[in-house]
Design a protein around this ligand. Structure first.
Ligand code: AMP
Ligand code: GLY
Length: 423
């Protein structure tokens, strides 16, 4: 079986590694991939926004399954293009990917399906936004469309709210489109992926990611500085999926736009139960880097089954180990405001020998063949252990073997889990 993975980040490297562990021994291709993915897959330079190029590559290489990693090609309709070409693919149609592509669409679906989420209003002017907020602070302001994780502002007061509304609506920072204003939810965040076959949503294991750049959740938001799984005190995943993911899958199916792929719920565990912060139509990054290493069953079998309506019913259930996974992100100098490219990375093999899965997120090879930094988040160092302390120690010991100029990492990833599990 020949599988093409679309994407070039840490999430796609983790997917590639999980597929490489499949007993079906698939032949892996990636577009465009990265130097880490290149160790398990043949990489082609086609970028993720070249839909024609990706369909042509899949056809030309007689690919049996395309696994679409990032949201942009999903929202742009890559799955629909592959469908039209008769090529099996894991990832939702553009219509179903609107769960991530439009916050207002997702909110409307949640309201219609009875999925718990913060009260909200869609607004198209600054005044309308201020009226909807009605003096309740903190409040949350979100650009409707894709904004690479930068389109959300938690505003503590009216001045910040007005500035955010003005930037999004009048200055069109992220382009044209409405804005969603919603109530602030207090609690702890949890990420839960469910694999969906158009009819049924099947949970994976919960994870928690760390979004701020500095220890203690200080400093600006990032794409994610680390993650761990499982999460102590998380509600039962079957209950969560029954309440959160399944009603969405049912509604989208009734509307004729069934969801095939990963439905990723970003949840807030509030005093009133789990509430949805957002849905994504793809695996999360860096949560995938801790969820997939715990998968003991064949990822390929599950992904193929999800491409068929109701296909998960006739495939072996997913199985996860009861071990812990911790992943530490190594970021480049200047991140998240900027990033540094071309810094030579040393110690990659030492870290792998120390028992870690070294995931490439933003790397490249220089003219001499050395692996260098090529992005904000450069590497994810994941380790497993029988308890959070062991997984954490192994991940940090390996991460510390890797060096490059200006390297940044948080020192408190999964510390919370260690404190909760250790008496
Ligand atoms: P999103 O891109 O929707 O995941 O939002 C980014 C981050 O903003 C989330 O991970 C939360 O930390 C925060 N956030 C978003 N919506 C809310 C909300 N309604 N209440 C509190 N925090 C929120
Ligand atoms: N972990 C956040 C995201 O993938 O959007």
């Amino acid at each position: 079986m020949r599988v093409l993975i679309v994407g070039s980040g840490g999430r796609e490297h983790a997917i590639a590694n999980a597929l490489a562990r499949s007993p079906q021994r698939p032949e892996l291709l990636a577009a465009p991939g990265n130097p880490g993915i290149g160790a398990v897959a043949r990489c082609f330079p086609t970028p993720v926004d070249d839909l024609d190029g990706l369909v042509a590559l899949a056809r030309g290489e007689a690919v049996d399954l395309v696994v679409i990693g990032p949201e942009a090609p999903l929202v742009a309709g890559l799955a629909d293009r592959l469908e039209a070409a008769g090529i099996a693919h894991f990832g939702p149609s553009a219509a179903a990917a609107q769960m991530e592509g439009s916050k207002a669409f997702a909110k409307e679906v949640m309201s219609s399906a009875g999925v718990p989420t913060a009260d909200w209003a869609e607004v198209t002017s600054v005044d309308e936004g201020m009226e909807a907020i009605d003096g309740r602070y903190p409040t949350v302001i979100k650009f409707d469309g894709l904004a690479a994780g930068k389109g959300v502002v938690v505003a503590p007061d009216a001045a910040t709210a007005r500035a955010a509304l003005t930037e999004m609506i009048e200055a069109r920072r992220f382009g044209d489109g409405p804005v969603v204003v919603e109530d602030f939810l207090a609690g702890e965040e949890l990420s839960l992926f469910a694999i969906c076959d158009g009819e049924r949503a099947v949970p994976m294991v919960p994870a928690q990611d760390y979004k701020r750049i500095f220890d203690g959740d200080e400093g600006p938001n990032t794409g994610g500085m680390g993650a761990y799984s499982p999460v102590v005190g998380a509600p039962d995943v079957d209950d969560l999926v029954a309440q959160i993911h399944q009603p969405v899958v049912d509604l989208l199916r009734e509307r004729g736009t069934p969801f095939h792929g990963v439905l990723y719920a970003g949840l807030m565990l509030t005093d009133d139960g789990a509430q949805v912060i957002e849905f994504n139509a793809r695996f999360g990054d860096p949560e995938t880097q801790v969820v997939l290493p715990r998968l003991r069953s064949d990822l390929l079998e599950t992904l193929v089954a999800a491409t068929r309506p109701g296909g998960l019913a006739s495939c072996a259930p997913m199985a996860f180990g009861d071990d812990w996974a911790v992943s530490v992100v190594l970021a480049s100098a200047g991140y998240p405001q900027s990033s540094s490219s071309g810094d030579v990375i040393t110690g990659l093999e030492d870290a792998a020998r120390a028992g870690a899965e070294v995931i490439h997120a933003g790397t490249a090879r220089d003219a001499a063949g050395a692996v260098v930094t090529a992005g904000g988040r450069v590497l994810n160092v994941t380790a497993l252990g029988p308890d959070p302390a062991a997984a954490r120690e192994r991940a940090y010991a390996a991460a510390d073997l890797i060096q490059f100029e200006g390297r940044q990492l948080r020192r408190d990833i999964a510390q919370r889990a260690v404190e909760r599990v250790t008496p």
